[in-house]
Ligand binder design. Structure first.
Ligand code: SF4
Ligand code: SF4
Length: 119
């Protein structure tokens, strides 16, 4: 690159907007159908374990007896296999990425007992 070209580029960069975002002040806008994280809706879950069986990262655990559904978010690779496999449409992909974590924890969702039959 010649001196004249270099100067032109330097001056242009001096007055143009930065190519990067000022994160976290400026948040990223997610594109449509972005696969950020798995969302679980327990309402219709039948604890069949199909999602866990289809997960290539072994990130999902389902306990049919205890009626719990768990995910290790740090292990999930956002492939969406579990979403496609669920026969009850309990799973979906949210666009935002999982927040940064310091420990590889397991997130567990337990079925809230239905007390309407007690009365
Ligand atoms: S595949 Fe769907 S219904 Fe079956 S355990 Fe997973 S989330 Fe529940
Ligand atoms: S999106 Fe893929 S890696 Fe993540 S929990 Fe579902 S099947 Fe497993």
């Amino acid at each position: 690159m010649g001196f004249a070209e270099f100067t032109k580029t330097a001056v242009r960069n001096l007055f143009s907007k930065p190519a990067t975002k000022n994160y976290p002040k400026v948040k990223k806008e997610f594109f449509e159908n972005a696969r950020g994280h798995v969302i679980f809706d327990e309402t219709d879950c039948i604890y069949c374990s199909l999602c866990a069986r289809k997960c290539p990262a072994d990130a999902i655990k389902v306990d049919r007896n205890a009626k719990t559904w768990s995910i290790v978010r740090a292990g999930c690779v956002q492939c969406s296999n579990c979403v496609d496999a669920c026969p009850k449409k309990c799973l979906s992909m949210g666009p935002e990425y999982t927040p940064v974590m310091t420990e590889k924890g397991c997130e567990t969702y337990a079925r809230v007992p239905d007390n309407t039959e007690d009365n």
